[in-house]
Ligand binder design. Structure first.
Ligand SMILES: [Cu+2]
Length: 491
């Protein structure tokens, strides 16, 4: 834990060492003399990471470690960040969940310049909004399961709010991530946790008919990704430092699903989570729940009152994934023994639990209808994904915008999922409000990723308050890489 929860001072010291090394190189001497020092330095490089004793993987990392260092910003205080790329591949570093410009955001589709191979990019921006964000690569991986977010290029960002009302004894950051991906045919994601569970009959008929037609033509099921190793903070269950607590502690967990493709769950036997923020944004109703669920790229900040002494496994509900590492030990002071796990009683996850009760939302100025569909195995064995019938070009490039925004207008996305897969859908450079989930109206929950269940509908509203090209995509790497993206522009 100590290694991961790096203080700003330690981080700056590391960054200072990196800059010092640069001064030895005459090529950089001029730049170093005329430029102000960067506040933060991120170095993209291949490094070995030890996820368990003698279980060492080689992957692309930030600063040679996994997870990437915790970066703490102060809300509204401008920063300079130097990003060095020591690899042979041009890279994109995306500041997920922040309201930044297209030049900084880190998406080639929006026109952000690449960090050149063996080069550097210096960026400057004002961190916003407060709360748990993260940074990750935005490269397309396609069929290359060592590229994109299959690699170790994921790290947490915490933007300190100008006013922190939180009452807690300590903060713990957890990052969930799998390693050693492989392709398989078919395989289902869990969906029985989704609430509301209502599906749309017309969407289901469309999706099932398309799948049936594909199989009748002799097509196999499209590829899915599975993993060999599962980690929290880069260590398999039982091989990292436990979270050490005392009875009566109020521990604020900031948890991030850094997976390229997976939905994750987390429970701590005998304890409940008081969810205070989703995707970093405080929720109107901080309710208690026994289990947390996270789509790819989703974040949850939750307080756990430590009132059940023992040595526990805080882990994924999926037995197989937990046994292959997806968990961390929570150890009370003075307690010892084998960490215990107990499966929690059945529970359905609903964002509406944290919403503002009986509230309504303003009518949008315009509504965009979007239907998501799957062409089974249509792209060299991979499923091809479409939004309103169109797949985004599979080239990591800018394409014509599909949706047009006017500044300061309020928009509604009415999203319809004509596939049986669950999609963690993400909008760049804006926050959105959940306004309708499977026919149930809701208000007050602000997010930047929302899970849309198989054959379900949902609506999200946002205000066009950050001009420039804006990428919209499913955050499941296999889906975004094979068509599930679209651009908004401001006109
Ligand atoms: Cu998806």
């Amino acid at each position: 834990m100590e290694r991961f929860v790096e203080t700003r001072r330690e981080f700056l010291r590391t960054a200072g060492l990196a800059t010092g090394a640069l001064l030895l190189s005459p090529k950089h001497l001029f730049a170093a003399e005329t430029e102000p020092a960067a506040d933060y330095t991120v170095r993209i490089k291949v490094a070995p990471i030890e996820i368990a004793p003698n279980q060492i993987l080689s992957t692309v990392t930030y600063n040679g470690q996994f997870p990437g260092p915790l970066i703490r910003f102060q809300q509204g205080r401008q920063v300079i960040v130097d990003i060095f790329n020591d690899t042979d591949t041009p890279e994109q570093l995306h500041w997920h969940g922040q309201i930044v410009s297209t030049d900084v955001d880190g998406a080639a589709e929006e026109g952000t310049p690449y960090i050149p191979a063996h080069g550097r990019r210096r960026i400057s921006f004002t961190p916003n909004p407060a709360g748990l964000r993260f940074y990750h690569t935005h490269n397309r991986a396609g069929a290359d399961l060592s590229a994109g977010q299959y690699s170790g290029q994921v790290g947490p960002v915490y933007i300190e709010p100008n006013e922190n009302p939180g009452r807690y004894d300590r903060e713990v950051f957890l990052l969930l991530k799998e390693f050693e991906p492989t392709l398989s045919r078919g395989g289902d994601m869990p969906q029985d946790f989704v609430s509301p569970s209502v599906t749309d009959t017309a969407l289901k008929e469309t999706g099932e008919a398309a799948m049936k037609a594909s199989l009748v033509k002799g097509m196999p099921h499209g590829y899915e990704v599975g993993y060999r190793f599962f980690t929290i903070n880069g260590r398999m269950l039982g091989h990292g430092e436990p979270v050490r607590v005392k009875q009566g502690d109020r521990v604020l967990f900031h948890i991030l699903n850094g997976s390229a493709t997976e939905i994750r769950s987390l429970a701590l036997p005998g304890h409940s989570f008081q969810v205070i923020a989703l995707d970093g944004n405080p929720v109107p109703n901080p309710a208690n729940v026994p289990v947390l669920w996270f789509g790819t790229a989703e974040r949850i900040s939750a307080i756990v009152k430590m009132n059940h002494p023992g040595v526990w496994i805080m882990g994924d509900l999926a037995d197989d994934d937990r046994r292959h590492g997806m968990g961390i030990v929570v150890e009370y002071a003075g307690r010892s023994g084998k960490p215990q796990w107990a499966t929690p009683p059945p529970f359905r996850w609903s964002y509406t639990r944290f919403a503002k009760p009986h509230a309504s939302v303003p009518a949008p100025d315009e509504t965009f209808d979007m239907t998501f569909a799957k062409d089974n195995a249509a792209e060299e064995g991979f499923n091809r994904w479409t939004i309103n019938g169109a797949a985004y070009p599979m080239s990591n490039e800018m394409a014509p915008a599909s949706f047009h925004l006017k500044q300061s207008k309020r928009y509604r996305l009415r999203m319809r999922n004509a596939s049986d897969d669950i999609h963690p859908v993400h909008l760049h450079r804006h926050s959105f409000e959940l306004t309708n989930l499977a026919g149930e109206k809701t208000a007050g929950v602000m997010k930047d990723v929302v899970m849309l269940g198989g054959y379900q509908q949902c609506e999200i509203d946002f205000v066009a308050d950050n001009p420039g090209l804006t990428l919209f995509h499913c955050h499941q790497q296999l889906h975004m890489d094979f068509g599930f993206m679209a651009l908004f522009d401001y006109v």
